[in-house]
Design a binder for this molecule. Structure first.
Ligand SMILES: *Cc1c(COP(=O)(O)O)cnc(C)c1O
Length: 356
């Protein structure tokens, strides 16, 4: 195909790379290992709900039933929520609602790629504030950049992917006070941190919008369900560009059942958090390896040597981790999703063997 047919802003884009999967233990995408259908009541309620399910009918445009359940969970009103096919779709909608060509998006780095990619697709560009040593966010640098550039949108991923760093809500409130424009806080992993959410600030700051997803703590990645939380007018603005029937009827049926069973999922979450602490404590002891404190379900690890060899040795043990190759910002790094002790014990034995 002729490159000139492509929209100018995407002509240099590489296709999004999803690693081919042959391994038994896939811990490269921060998925939850738990299957919600193994909760008997969830399976039963889903099957019962299917009795009156009508796939021939278009779904509810604003996912009314799901919106109510999520509003209840978030402690907000249904008008404060808009749902879609995962956080990724919500990021696309949010950027599409606010960014003009030439606009600036301010973001800390390293972080999730989707913000910058989405901004560039729209002809906007990213201003990036590099993390301090140890991948902790540069708070002063971020605040100074907000004041200096007044970007159209400031993005804070909290806790941050891939570093696991958590910023206090009080800092985000400082950003909200300093910013004349939109402040977008991605809280995809907030259930694992269990503190510092800024959802309660949406009524105080009409420029705040928060992303949440069922993909991580709710073990629902395959069903694609994410949502934005914000002031009613913020949500109405985003709804303007939403495809009318964006979220399919089956996800709208299934997701509320899972959210209503959140206590069971929070037990799994607690196990994962405990296992993360154990894995961290064990990794710290291995020479030639740096592991960063994390408030999520993953750990960022860097090795002094044998980066590619370790990746291969893990593969040989049927474990797929996320490897950062040729990354100036994340040299010799891996991101490891935390699942269960048996997987982590195998992982630890590989790191120990290769590095000791
Ligand atoms: C996983 C993730 C999301 C959203 O994922 P979806 O599966 O599309 O809901 C958003 N932001 C970050 C930082 C993530 O890691």
């Amino acid at each position: 195909m002729k490159t000139e047919w492509l929209r100018k802003t995407i002509q240099d884009f590489e296709p999004y790379f999803v690693a081919p999967i042959a391994e038994k233990h896939v811990i490269n995408a921060n998925e939850n290992y738990f299957n919600v259908l193994s909760i008997p009541a969830v399976k039963k309620e889903l099957l019962e709900a299917l009795d009156s399910f009508q796939p021939q009918i278009y779904p509810k445009p604003m996912a009314d039933g799901l919106r109510e359940v999520l509003a209840d969970y978030m402690g907000v009103r249904p008008e404060n929520i808009i749902c879609g096919n995962g956080g990724d779709e919500m990021i696309t909608y949010l950027l599409g609602t606010f960014l003009n060509p030439g606009d600036k998006l301010l973001v800390h780095t390293p972080t999730f790629d989707m913000y910058e990619l989405g901004a560039e697709t729209l002809g906007a560009s990213a201003i990036k504030v590099k993390d301090l040593a140890g991948y902790r966010r540069d708070r002063e640098g971020l605040l100074a950049a907000v004041k200096k550039y007044q970007p159209k949108m400031t993005v804070i991923c909290n806790p941050n992917n891939p570093t696991g760093d958590l910023l206090p809500a009080s800092f985000i409130e400082e950003v909200l006070k300093a910013a004349d424009n939109i402040v977008f806080v991605d809280e995809a992993y907030m259930e694992f941190a269990q503190k510092e959410s800024v959802v309660s600030l949406i009524n105080k700051y009409p420029n705040l919008v928060v992303l949440r997803t069922l993909s991580k703590a709710f073990a629902f990645a395959g069903m694609r369900c994410g949502y934005l939380v914000g002031d009613k007018e913020m949500i109405e603005a985003i709804a303007k560009i939403k495809a009318p029937y964006n979220l399919n009827a089956f996800t709208q049926l299934f997701a509320p059942i899972v959210v209503r069973h959140k206590e069971e999922l929070f037990k799994i979450r607690d196990d994962i958090v405990k296992e993360r602490a154990r894995l961290y404590d064990e990794l710290v002891k291995i020479p030639g390896l740096t592991v960063y404190p994390s408030c999520t379900n993953f750990l960022l690890v860097q090795v002094e040597r044998k980066h590619e060899e370790i990746f291969k040795a893990l593969k040989a043990k049927d474990i797929l981790v996320k490897i950062y190759r040729n990354s100036a910002e994340l040299p010799n790094a891996f991101r490891i999703s935390v699942t269960t002790k048996d997987v982590d014990d195998t992982l630890l034995s590989v790191f120990r063997e290769e590095l000791q």
